[in-house]
Write a protein that binds this ligand. Structure first.
Ligand code: PHE
Length: 337
């Protein structure tokens, strides 16, 4: 029996020492219920009283040796598997992380915000109006009846005969005056639409900011002072403004307003096309017909209005030479602001 035990031990350890040893199979083969060692232990009953403890002890030693070997091998195997896993899943914590790209304020919004801040500072309220507008507010209330030639310069997109995409922010004037008696002091920034082909200075969608002040005794002097202050805040304290006579159906008198070139100070340069002046907005005294159309007594009240293109301001302010850049959303362009 002693020899059998020795043989089992040697055989088992040898088998376990093989590099491709199937540990679980070997455990069953030697230590399992039907295993060889178990069989030997079962036969111990036939041994003499002196032999039994000696063989018993030997048998336990053999079992312990095999068990230890098995434990050792399975631990090594586990460790090896873990090492391999760690190796294959290795994370290099020194590799720079992928940066989360955070957007920032668009130059158009920057310009709009600055415009709003300037007028808020002068006590104006911001009012919104619909972009899908009635022909009535966009044209008729503003003293532009059907078939008036001024409609040609503001051709837009019609939804029905009576509903269109507003071609200017001026309809907000009419909407506000219809609902509110003076004093009125509002600005209205927003999208406007015109049936224009896209080029460096045109887009079928662009943004305007309208201003309207109506009260007793408002004069052209108020308009001039307001726009002068606005121009200085927007383009610098040295900026001068110039009124050129113009025609808008909803203002009388009307003017186009220029600012002195803030690049050359009015000397004339490439930026202002050697004019010394840059046109930035349209303005005038609200036409009595418009006041009357909107339920305000032109004998008692007067007012001024102005409208400017926000794109134009952004292009001038940030020295951008093509309006299309504002709409292309090229990060390389936008990152510069
Ligand atoms: N709405 C005019 C335009 O789009 C601008 C303007 C507004 C002129 C208010 C005078 C007064 O051309």
């Amino acid at each position: 029996m002693r020899e059998t035990l020795e043989r089992i031990k040697n055989e088992a350890l040898e088998a376990l020492a093989q590099s491709d040893a199937q540990i679980e199979d070997l455990r069953i083969k030697y230590l399992g219920k039907k295993g060889e060692l178990t069989a030997v232990l079962r036969g111990m009953g036939s041994l003499s009283a002196e032999e039994r403890p000696v063989i018993g002890q030997l048998a336990n030693e053999v079992r312990a040796a095999i068990e230890n070997k098995i434990t050792e091998l399975s631990q090594t195997a586990k460790q090896k598997a873990l090492d391999e896993k760690l190796k294959s899943e290795k994370i290099d914590v020194t590799v720079p992380g992928e940066k989360v790209k955070i957007g920032h304020v668009h130059p158009l919004d920057l310009a709009q915000k600055q415009l709003e801040d300037i007028f808020l500072g002068m006590g104006y309220t911001i009012v919104d109006g619909p972009e899908v507008e009635y022909d009535y507010y966009n044209f008729q209330a503003l003293n532009i009846p059907e078939d008036h030639p001024a409609r040609d310069t503001q051709d837009t997109f019609y939804i029905t005969d009576k509903i269109l995409l507003r071609s200017q922010t001026s309809p907000v004037q009419a909407r506000v005056m219809e609902k509110t008696q003076p004093p009125i002091k509002i600005i209205s920034p927003g999208r406007v639409y015109r049936s224009d082909a896209v080029d460096a200075t045109h887009s079928p969608l662009f943004h305007q900011l309208e201003g309207l002040v109506v009260d007793e005794g408002i004069t052209m002097g108020d308009l001039k002072g307001t726009l002068e202050l606005f121009a200085k805040r927007m383009f610098g304290d040295e900026t001068k403004i110039r009124f050129r006579p113009h025609h808008f159906p909803f203002t009388e008198p009307s003017a186009e307003v220029d600012v002195s070139c803030f690049m050359c100070g009015g000397e004339g340069c490439r930026f202002c096309k050697h004019e010394g002046w840059i046109e930035i907005l349209g303005a005038g005294m609200v036409h009595p017909n418009v006041l009357r159309n909107c339920g305000i007594d032109p004998e008692k009240y007067s007012g001024f209005a102005f409208g400017l293109g926000i794109e134009r301001i952004a292009l001038l302010k940030y020295h951008i030479d093509d309006m299309r850049l504002l709409y292309e959303n090229d990060i390389r362009f936008l990152n510069q602001f």
